[in-house]
Design a protein around this ligand. Structure first.
Ligand code: HEM
Length: 299
């Protein structure tokens, strides 16, 4: 039911609006005192604005759901606080659904209400679940990937210049950024459906597995010289979006957001640079989705 919302055609239709949102965010960055925090000013607002656009909900609520999803994806959140955040997100979505019942918008929520809920193919609760999946799955992941992607460009100025002069290399640069950072390393626990052996290690049917995507993405047998950021590598076999029927549904939307931000920043702020040494950047160690807390930049 959700797949038609993520077809390449649908995503291409959203691209002009995404570029406008990015241009506004870059304007705000350029108006901010230096050093400015690129993570807060660009990487976080873009995915939340895009999800509001996708779902057809009011962007005014973005700060609320940003803080809620942050709590949900923080490994130090207690079980009680987790349940509370979950309830708050659910209440927020239920209110949005109730509002759209009276007046369906032209986003995913409105469309599913008219085409699926009113026709009896989807219950209200399932619709709330869908919306939660999109809110939680599409926000923090993309924000962190944008920040780490910019970190890569800022620490690899020669490659950044190469991509700036040859925009046809941007799709390859995005795949490399996704591959190298593998931010979803811990998010795809699996259950072995049959007995197997991986790299000589026997795994029995029914056993739980935490396949570490970062290790797979740096496998030298698949990606020679795996730590090198090479926009021309042209290999999309990384596992950052998972694999199989449940691989990330929003991956083309995430790529479109990354493309819009990286292209705008490389083009509009060629003098952009880190405001602190890399060693002073603070990783968000408690988050399930790997990333940085802040990215101080200047230009
Ligand atoms: C760079 C950003 C993103 C990363 C790294 C990412 C990563 C992932 C991963 C690893 C999975 C699990 C795959 C599996 O179980 O094998 C997943 C699932 C999913 N993602 Fe993403 N994601 C990103 C952005 C998005 C966006 C923007 C959306 C939508 C707005 C989204 C929606 C979903 C949904 C709906 C699923 C569940 C698919 C299913 O169970 O069938 N993701 N994502």
């Amino acid at each position: 039911m959700l797949a038609p919302e993520f077809t390449p055609k649908r995503i291409a239709g959203m691209a002009p609006r995404i570029r406008e949102l990015v241009d506004d965010a870059v304007d705000r960055l350029l108006d901010a005192p230096r050093p400015a925090n690129l993570h807060r000013l660009v990487s976080r607002p873009i995915p939340s604005q895009v999800i509001c656009l996708l779902l057809g909900i009011d962007y005014a609520a973005h700060e609320l759901f940003e803080s809620l999803t942050e709590r949900l994806l923080d490994m130090t959140t207690s079980a009680e606080a987790f349940q509370e955040a979950l309830r708050d997100v659910e209440d927020f979505i239920r209110a949005q659904v109730a509002e759209q019942e009276r007046d369906p918008g032209d986003g995913v929520l409105g469309r599913l209400l008219v085409e699926r809920v009113r026709t009896g193919q989807l219950t209200h609760e399932q619709l709330v679940g869908f919306a939660m999946l999109l809110l939680i799955g599409g926000h923090e992941t993309t924000a962190k990937m944008i920040t780490l992607g910019m970190l890569t460009f800022l620490t690899e100025p020669e490659q950044a210049e190469r991509v700036r002069l040859r925009p046809d290399l941007m799709p390859g640069a995005i795949e490399e950024i996704l591959r190298i950072h593998a931010i979803t390393d811990l998010t795809v626990p699996k259950l072995a459906a049959r007995d197997m052996s991986v790299a000589g290690c026997p795994i029995n049917a029914g056993e739980g597995i935490l396949p570490l995507t970062a290790a797979a993405n740096h496998d030298p047998d698949v990606f020679p010289d795996p730590d090198r950021f090479d926009p021309a590598r042209g290999d999309r076999r990384h596992l950052t979006f998972g694999l199989g029927v449940h691989a990330c549904l929003g991956q083309n939307l995430a790529r479109a957001e990354m493309e819009a931000v990286f292209s705008a920043l490389l083009r509009r702020v060629p003098s952009l640079r880190l405001a602190v040494p890399v060693s002073e950047l603070e990783p968000d160690r408690n988050a399930i989705v790997w990333g940085l807390k802040d990215l101080p930049v200047t230009w």
